[in-house]
Design a protein around this ligand. Sequence first.
Ligand code: UT7
Length: 343
Amino acid sequence: MPNAYVSGTGFYVPPRVVTNETLIKEYGIDTSDDWIVQRTGIKERRFADEGVGSSDLAVKAAEDAIARAGIAKTDLDMIVFATLSSDHCFPGNGVYLQRKLGLCDGPNAKFVPALDVRNQCSGFLYGLSTATAMVKSGGAKHVLVVGSEVHSAALDLTTRGRTVASLFGDGAGAVVVSATDEDRGIRSWHLGADGRYADVLAQKIWDISQRPFIPRDANGVGQVQPEMMFANMDGKLVFKNAVERMMTVLMEALVANGITGNDIDLFCFHQANLRINQYLQQHLGIPDEKVVHNIQRYGNTTAATIPILLAEAERSGKLKRGMKVAMIAFGSGFTWGCIIADW
Ligand code: UT7
């Protein structure tokens, strides 16, 4: 059975920087830099321009990862796309990414399977686990895994929506997972979900059990009320569960690998709130140099946080071949996961 390792990382964030001050001055939100920084650690995030979808951000991150993996696009055997902000209701973004990468063009067209993952902040780790299983089983040699989000289009950028709107940003990260006979790569994956909390962090938009599924006005035009249109969150409950589940799943992963936290060279925590990660870090006694963050600059980019962290850490030299890496995520669903890899 081959091992599965990350052969290339890539990322892309849109150029427009939206600071906490921009939220106040441009959007008129009643908030403050102090409130957002103290509660979350976020100083700024990126917003994509109108006309740019999450599949567009994904193309750039994917091309970066493919180039760094040293393969051609046509070497890919599969695409796994994790997002909660897909371009449309359906089809999923996987096929759009395939088309935009040029995989459907010309005599060398390669109609690889494209799988969409809807696990929000844990989506990348669910996708990476799936890719690993595909590669280890011999079903694929190179799998592209992408996490990409355009949140800015679907945030309630008013004072009414300030709690959620101040948290999220746009961006994309990607990895190529490849087969190898070397003794390295993804050692184990640990995933979980608790559907009792499905409504605690959700963006519903419609209710398919209703007729019509979106209420219509007298002219038959769909009317979506703000409480359905935008994400709703019980922040404190999410925070509490995030800490507990991330801690537990990390422990489960360490035990399964017969290692302790001291054996991990780099921790990549999902970037939902700097305070969540600092709490975990302090509780586990992890030194600062073993942790990477980017929430201060990008906010919460949901499925993209961990692949962006990996790509940035490789480029800055913080993540090097031979290191033992722990990736840990938690999010809406609730869903969570941890992956241990020898880089
Ligand atoms: O990716 C996974 C998903 N998300 C998370 O993991 C998020 C987890 N939760 C959190 O990070 C925190 O719960 C938040 C940062 C979202 C909120 O922090 P909090 O300490 O739980 O604040 P709160 O929602 O209880 O609000 C406290 C106060 C309220 O005012 P009152 O009612 O006490 O007068 C809010 O109206 O802060 C107010 N508030 C704000 N004030 C200024 C809420 N949002 C803002 C804001 N600016 N942006």
